[in-house]
Design a protein around this ligand. Structure first.
Ligand code: DON
Length: 306
């Protein structure tokens, strides 16, 4: 199969081309609004260490909410099951930045992949790591094998300036006693994590440990235990695409995580991680052509988990 991945990605790229201008590029974070909707990249990294790339797979973009998987992994490594005292692990059925559920559920976010949950996880990272931003970059560089990965300060500053909903979420959570650190400190870390810039090739490599029982495909080192990898995949499957998660499971059938930068990463357990990037989004904030590309991928390759 691996010999065919290159051809398969080229075929998918041609098929999704008519969709590239159909989505809407996120502009509530102004620097994201300037990205061309014509971009399309796709990369596959297998557990055997092979990499395949297509289109704009080597072009860096803002990973946004995909960073929530990286911080969750760091928090699980430090705190284990204790994190579930402070965030749930059920799908929310609501938009990624919704405030409504938080009131009913008394400041305990539904899951770690909606903004509210990621803000609570950010607070955990501040508690556990003396140099949280540096530790986040080091971990991201380690799992991706790219030592140049960094924050985009222009994006981080814009998120800080226009992040009124996130500020409301963080204050609300704080009012229920579910943040230990000051709201602005937590948000500063959260906005930085969202601003990390990576390519499809970086992302596919970074997530291969989730396809490989928790071990890096680069050097075989343990990133998380096999049971933790299983659990992260389960949360990706049920919560990784917000209120679009059922449609994604129906069409793609893989654990995955999206970001409003237009990236999506998905995992074929035991085989590979695949990343796509196309900045035009659907009404749920997920890449329109990206979801289609992954749907075509699992349809043609016959490798969904179902
Ligand atoms: O906090 C925000 O709204 C953005 N920095 C991240 C949101 C996001 O990527 C949602 N994904 N589809």
């Amino acid at each position: 199969m691996t010999m065919l991945y290159q051809d398969l990605m080229e075929k998918i790229r041609k098929e999704v081309k008519p969709l590239l201008n159909k989505g809407r590029v996120a502009n509530y974070i102004p620097p994201l609004g300037g990205v061309s909707p014509d971009k399309f990249g796709m990369a596959i990294c297998t557990v055997n260490g092979e990499t395949f790339t297509c289109g704009d797979a080597e072009e860096p973009f803002s990973i946004q909410s995909i960073s929530k998987v990286i911080t969750l992994t760091m928090a699980l490594n430090k705190l284990g099951a204790d994190i579930w005292e402070r965030t749930g692990r059920e799908p929310s059925g609501n938009p990624f930045n919704s405030l409504i559920q938080l009131e009913y559920e008394k400041g305990k976010p539904r899951n770690p992949f909606i903004n509210a949950g990621a803000i609570v996880v950010a607070d955990m990272i501040l508690d556990e790591f003396p140099e949280p931003q540096q530790s986040l970059l080091e971990f991201t560089r380690k799992i991706s094998g790219n030592t140049h990965i960094s924050f985009d300060d222009v994006v981080a500053v814009a998120e800080k300036r226009f992040g009124h909903t996130n500020r409301a979420l963080a204050n609300f959570i704080k009012s229920f006693g579910n943040l230990n650190n000051e709201v602005e400190e937590v948000l500063d870390f959260y906005f930085h994590q969202c601003s990390i810039t990576m390519t499809c090739a970086d992302l596919a490599q970074a997530f291969t440990f989730l396809a490989n029982g928790g071990k890096s495909a680069l050097d075989g080192s343990e990133i998380v235990g096999a049971s933790t990898a299983k659990r992260i995949n389960a949360i990706l499957l049920t919560c990784g695409l917000y209120d679009d998660v059922g449609d994604f499971a129906y069409r793609v059938g893989l654990p995955g995580k999206s970001g409003v930068g237009g990236g999506i990463v998905a995992v074929v357990p035991g085989e590979l991680a695949v990343a796509v990037w196309s900045p035009g989004l659907n009404e749920h904030g997920n890449s329109l052509a990206g979801v289609k590309a992954l749907e075509l991928f699992t349809t043609y390759a016959g490798n969904s988990i179902f």
